[in-house]
Design a binder for this molecule. Structure first.
Ligand SMILES: *Cc1c(COP(=O)(O)O)cnc(C)c1O
Length: 505
């Protein structure tokens, strides 16, 4: 085959059709035949297979490469569509979005400038407007698709930093430079917020203590009174609150910070409010929309369509209430988006983004809305929230388990607790044993390939976590997984305890 025969163009359309069809057939068979979410293979077992591939020896034909891919990837991939994949915030994907993905990569539009994307730019703008409307923002809103919640949070905080520095300068009696202001800036966010807030603070050049964790209530929601106290403390100590980040759906607990009270505090003090709805954004289309009340008062919002809108990775956006704030990421380059194109009203999305070349991820959401409609997406999310509520009752009634909070969204943080816990004299060892039993159960479960669950730490102790994002996961699946976990934990404990029942020393 000539080298040019691999290029997708008018002469190779048939080759493209055959090649893609082979791939789709392969995946359709693979997905139809998935019996377990994961094979349980270890990195050490799989690494030699990947290392053995000679990248200097191409196979030339796609069928052979797909055969090889079975071994290096497909056989042992982690399949999020499987009902017993219960680990992270990964969703099964909707078919219209997968279709969109195939289209967008073949046409390969880049959404930095109109002259590279045309209709793609307009479609993305419609979806930003659509999302802004769902949030409840007014006509002045805008936003941009990003690679994920991490990038959305970073961009939102970058805008918050610029706006805050501008205000600090305006109110200062003497001229202040940015390096003089940055160390004084603080970001207040709940102790349960996403770690990308901290990463963003570092990338934005803030000081090491810039992110101030605000205590939460028993349901892991940020306490407004604690937030108010922190804001006052910052003011007293000459620090400047650059942003308050409220989370609408924390990664571990799915807890939604009190948005109206938080917005009230921010409005009163003129503080930028960012709402991280990476996980909770699905509520925008659900019958539980009321849980997001107050989100419309935010200055910026992160939404991850690749979490609760059932979109393939990546698909995310950052929205702002006031489009003028996006000017802080606008730079002009003569070779790309000269200032005169803005003057001539040519819509160049790069003017609003921290990326340049950028995927047309919006097409996936577009196809989803055009084929299924928003309500259908919302129904899927509502179903997993309903399931989590049922699963909470199951866990709460099971003496073998302790569950941290009753979920607002679709996660459950719980742990196995041994039945005959020894007396006070052994409390520390008992706690350590419980930790080990849960850590072991998670690993053993994953190694068996029967199910995949996540783990986290609460108040210094190891817990397990279900993140439910698959409506196909039934309550029976959840009950089965709980039996498996208890079995692994009990067998582990049996090897760890002496005959007297006291923990081994
Ligand atoms: C997942 C998540 C993020 C990060 O999003 P990515 O798309 O993984 O970059 C941010 N915030 C919250 C609350 C999340 O759950």
């Amino acid at each position: 085959m000539s080298s040019r025969s691999h290029l997708l163009n008018d002469r190779t359309a048939e080759h493209y059709r055959r090649s893609l069809t082979q791939g789709v057939e392969r995946l359709a068979d693979r997905i139809a035949g998935t019996e377990r979410p994961f094979t349980g293979i270890t990195p050490a077992e799989l690494a030699p297979t990947v290392s053995a591939i000679d990248l200097e020896q191409p196979l030339e034909n796609p069928q052979a490469a797909l055969d090889e891919l079975e071994d290096v990837y497909l056989k042992d991939a982690v399949y999020f569509h499987h009902p017993r994949y219960l680990a992270h915030l990964n969703c099964p994907v909707v078919i219209p979005a997968v279709l969109g993905e195939a289209v967008l990569s073949a046409v390969n539009s880049s959404l930095d400038t109109w002259d590279q994307s045309a209709g793609g730019t307009l479609i993305e703008r419609r979806l930003i407007d659509w999302t802004a409307r769902r949030i409840g923002f007014g006509q002045g809103a805008d936003g941009i698709f990003t690679s994920g919640g991490t990038q959305s949070n970073l961009q939102a905080l970058l805008l918050a930093r610029a706006e805050t520095c501008r205000l600090v300068r305006k109110n200062a009696e003497t001229a202040l430079t940015t390096p003089e202001i940055l160390p004084r800036l603080r970001i207040l966010t709940s102790e349960c917020s996403h770690f990308s807030v901290e990463k963003s603070a570092v990338l934005l050049g803030l000081g090491p203590d810039a992110v101030v964790p605000v205590p939460t209530d028993a349901n892991r929601r940020m306490r407004p009174s604690a937030l108010a106290a922190e804001m006052e403390r910052c003011a007293r100590e000459g620090q400047v609150v650059m942003a308050v980040v409220a989370t609408a759906g924390t990664t571990d607990f799915g807890s939604i910070d009190p948005l109206p009270e938080t917005a009230e505090l921010c409005e009163r003090t003129g503080t930028w409010l960012h709402v991280d709805a990476a996980y909770g954004c699905g509520l925008l289309v659900s019958r539980r929309r009321h849980l997001l009340e107050g989100i419309e008062r935010a200055d910026s919002v992160t939404v991850d369509y690749h979490k609760s809108f059932f979109q393939p990775v990546s698909s995310s956006a950052v929205l702002v209430r006031d489009r003028d704030t996006l000017r802080h990421v606008t730079y002009h380059a003569d070779y790309l988006n000269p200032a005169r194109s803005a003057e001539n009203s040519i819509p160049n999305q790069v003017d609003k983004s921290i990326q340049t070349t950028r995927r047309f991820d919006a097409l996936k959401l577009w196809m989803t809305l055009r084929v299924m409609g928003a309500d259908t997406v919302g129904e899927l999310f509502d179903e997993v929230i309903d399931r989590a509520a049922d699963a909470w009752h199951l866990l709460d009634a099971d003496p073998r388990y302790e569950v941290v909070t009753e979920p607002q969204l679709s996660t459950l943080v719980f742990r196995y607790v041994p039945q005959d816990t020894p007396g006070d004299a052994y409390q520390d060892e008992s706690a350590a044993l419980t930790d080990q039993a849960n850590l072991h159960a998670r690993e053993a479960l994953s190694a068996s390939g029967e199910a995949v669950v996540a783990g986290t730490v609460v108040d210094g102790r190891h817990y397990l976590k279900f993140t439910l994002l698959n409506p196909e996961t039934s309550l029976a699946d959840i009950a089965t997984v709980l039996e498996l976990i208890a079995g692994h934990a009990e067998r582990h404990l049996a090897t760890q305890t002496t005959l007297s029942g006291a923990p081994a020393r």
